[in-house]
Design a protein around this ligand. Structure first.
Ligand code: URA
Length: 222
């Protein structure tokens, strides 16, 4: 039988738009394994047709920090695990430099399927839209409710705006410890993939240093 999906209403150009969400798929007594299993068959938005598989969050239930990115990348989509490609390796290096034990970190994404368009033989990342983000949101809320991280880190603008509001600017507030009901400590910083796209080595070195500095601020909180 086809699953039915709750709707989420949000304003688009002055109109209340209703979109289906994953809410009805959340198990009544969620645990991370139950959530992962349920998310595997999510069809709340059309991205399941695009990605190879659902890429659910990963890390221990007793992780103290949750890092939220935008969506799985090409590599993550194939492997089925978040932050295991080039951006994930960059994140791992920065966490180590910031003195953060990777075992204390849960990594996930705002959207659990890879959205892409073909360019030649390559699959080029496409930003998820507001409908897709709204459809997927119940998974992230459930992960937050189960993991209950002490520190929540939004990696990049998509995660920051999804969690902290549409007008939030990472450029203005990166590295700040923010007040939010989502977790005792909340921070937004750049996405590690932006470091990989730096135009030259000097910029990459400088920006990586700033990223490590941002992460260093949460190390004593874990
Ligand atoms: N970028 C993300 O935002 N998430 C991943 O899992 C990988 C790359």
């Amino acid at each position: 039988m086809a699953a039915s999906y709750d709707v989420h209403t949000f304003p688009v150009m002055g109109r209340a738009l209703e979109v289906p969400t994953a809410a009805p798929l959340i198990p009544p007594h969620p645990t991370l394994p139950l959530l992962r299993e349920a998310a595997a068959s999510c069809r709340a938005c059309d991205l399941y047709k695009c990605g190879t598989q659902t890429v659910f969050g990963e890390g221990g239930k007793s992780a103290h920090a949750m890092m939220v990115g935008e969506q799985p990348g090409d590599y993550e989509d194939r492997v089925g695990r978040p932050f295991v490609g080039p951006a994930g390796k960059m994140l791992d290096r920065a966490l180590a430099e910031a003195g953060i034990d990777r075992d204390l970190v849960y990594v996930t994404n705002v959207v659990k399927h890879f959205k892409w368009k073909p360019r030649g033989k390559r699959r080029i990342h496409e930003k998820p839209n507001a409908r897709e983000i709204a459809a997927c949101r119940p998974w992230l809320d459930a992960e937050l409710a189960v993991v209950k991280p002490r520190v929540l880190v939004c990696l990049g603008a998509t995660a920051a705006q999804a969690l902290l509001g549409k007008t939030f600017k990472v450029t203005e507030h990166r590295g700040e410890l923010l007040r939010s009901e989502l977790a005792p400590y909340v921070m937004a910083t750049v996405h590690p993939s932006s470091l990989l796209r730096a135009p030259d080595d000097e910029t990459r070195r400088r920006e990586t240093h700033r990223f490590v500095q941002d992460l260093s601020r949460i190390a004593p909180l874990l």
